[in-house]
Design a protein around this ligand. Structure first.
Ligand code: SAH
Ligand code: SF4
Ligand code: F3S
Length: 465
């Protein structure tokens, strides 16, 4: 596709996890080379892209209904065209995990969609758009991953990062774990890792551009490097997240390094040691447990017991003083008894989890658990369990926050708000807790020390120390 002088406008609606947010930044960067400028206003866009998530049925349904609204706009423009009035030639593209899953079905179901492209086709987008601009309807959903397999495609284009202090850097993608409830191995393919040199280059550029935090992304970020060769792809050392953190920590400048998401049993002693050694790496671990009951974990195909999860948490807590450990839990997995669900509630207490994402089990096509219909938990019980899980999570968060009172944290100031004539700054501590305090607007983007004076469920309050 040739760069055009006349600028077209593109709007991207992004749903789902950080991996999708990162893909959107790459899509916008790529399109900027081909005459497209980002707009925040969908009603003025020539190209509308929806980047979708399929983790639960609700996420997929949200995508279907959002794109339906765009379809109506397109119809209205068509009517204007027929009446020979000025009209916009809107193109609609549907990508992300629902696209990878539904493929051509989307073109059949939504006649107004011009392009469906999957998670493995992101870097072909300019060519795909050229085809739809020539009037074709296109579905591109390769099964074989291209991203991070040869490293050439993704290196070619800039990234248009969201206005924020944090730069997302994907370091691996895909998953080989096949937890019985999860769609991700089907939408993101098999696990593969990006070469360390490319990651280093991207991180150095982000820091040079003024970002104050980099977050390394992967579905199983601590399994990084398994598909790479220590001699061919690195300097002979083991290609691991621990060594990558050590390398990134040597980049000059004041900034933070985070990584998500960790699989419990992939957290090695060396990784814990690296986090400890590296002053820039935040003392924060997101380690989804999914269930507090070992039999449910086995049915989920998670490779650890309740006790083994506890041992990892204990190891981490022994090593770091202010560490936060967060988790994800699913309520109402097929066959989960009341007693087993109760083990999830007690796990949150026993392991003193600082925060948890929670969800009711949602059957996903192609996954194993979706076939166990005879064991499905009814909707009412599921939502009752979810409510109790949320209540437990709120309690745990408040408890965890109250423990912070009196401590001094280094805060990266992210934003401010004017309230009754005061400037209230908001930022994050190393352990990811949100802190509000009075201060000067100019502190946004800087690191300051704050003494915590009080706690509520979702955030802390403090004063500049
Ligand atoms: N790779 C991460 C999780 C990625 S998906 C890990 O292994 O932990 C993010 C979260 O969505 C999961 O942790 C899980 O709690 C939730 N989730 C995934 N599939 C789900 C389903 N079918 N129903 C409900 N929640 C689900
Ligand atoms: Fe899904 Fe399990 Fe892979 Fe996480 S580890 S992405 S939950 S299959
Ligand atoms: Fe959703 Fe795909 Fe992420 S299913 S959670 S957007 S990997």
């Amino acid at each position: 596709m040739e760069s055009k002088n006349c600028v077209k406008k593109v709007y991207v609606e992004t749903m789902g996890c950080q991996m999708n947010k990162s893909d959107t930044e790459r899509i916008l960067g790529m399109l900027s080379h081909f005459g497209y400028e980002e707009t925040q206003e969908p009603k003025e866009a020539d190209l509308l892209i929806i980047n979708t998530c399929s983790i639960r049925q609700l996420s997929a349904d949200k995508a279907y209904s959002a794109v339906g609204v765009w379809g109506k706009w397109k119809d209205e423009e068509k009517k204007k065209e027929l009446a020979q009035k000025p009209f916009r030639n809107i193109k609609i593209a549907f990508c992300g995990c629902v696209a990878q899953q539904d493929k051509e079905k989307l073109l059949k179901r939504f006649p107004f969609i011009d392009l469906v492209f999957g998670t493995n086709n992101v870097y072909e987008l300019p060519y795909l758009i050229e085809r739809i601009n020539n009037g074709e309807r296109v579905c591109a959903t390769n099964e074989t991953p291209k991203k991070f397999t040869d490293g050439e495609e993704e290196a070619k284009y800039d990234i248009k990062r969201a206005k924020s202090l944090n730069a997302w850097i994907p370091i691996m993608e895909g998953c080989n774990n096949f937890c019985t409830y999860c769609i991700v191995p089907f939408t993101r393919g098999r696990e593969r890792s990006r070469k360390p040199a490319e990651i280093m280059e991207e991180a150095k550029k982000a820091i040079k551009d003024g970002f104050k935090e980099i977050t390394l992304l992967g579905q199983n970020v601590d399994s990084y490097g398994k598909t790479l060769d220590p001699n061919k792809d690195y300097d002979g050392r083991d290609v691991t997240l621990a060594n990558l953190l050590r390398d990134l920590n040597k980049i000059d400048g004041k900034f933070r390094i985070r990584f998500v998401t960790s699989y419990p049993t992939d957290i090695t002693d060396d990784l814990i040691a690296a986090v400890k050694e590296c002053d820039k790496v935040c003392e924060f671990f997101h380690i989804p447990m999914q269930s507090g009951n070992t039999d449910v974990l086995r049915a989920m195909n998670r490779r650890y017991t309740r006790e083994e999860y506890g041992e990892i948490v204990q190891k981490i807590r022994k090593t770091f003083q202010n560490v936060a450990i967060t988790s994800d839990f699913i309520a109402g997995f097929p066959g989960e008894t009341e007693e087993q669900f109760n083990d999830t509630l007690t796990a949150i207490d026993e392991f003193e989890l600082d925060y948890s994402n929670t969800a009711a089990y949602s059957p996903r096509v192609k996954t194993k658990a979706a076939k166990w219909t005879d064991k499905f938990i009814d909707e009412e019980t599921k939502s009752d369990r979810l409510a109790r899980l949320n209540e437990k999570n709120r309690e745990a968060c408040l408890k965890s926050n109250e423990k912070c009172v009196g401590r001094v944290f280094e805060i990266l100031v992210e934003s401010y708000e004017e309230k009754n004539g005061d400037i209230i700054l908001a930022g994050r501590a190393e352990n990811n807790k949100i802190v509000h305090f009075k201060g000067d607007k100019n502190l946004v983007g800087q690191f300051v020390n704050v003494k915590i004076t009080s706690a509520s469920t979702w955030h802390l309050r403090g004063e500049l120390a």
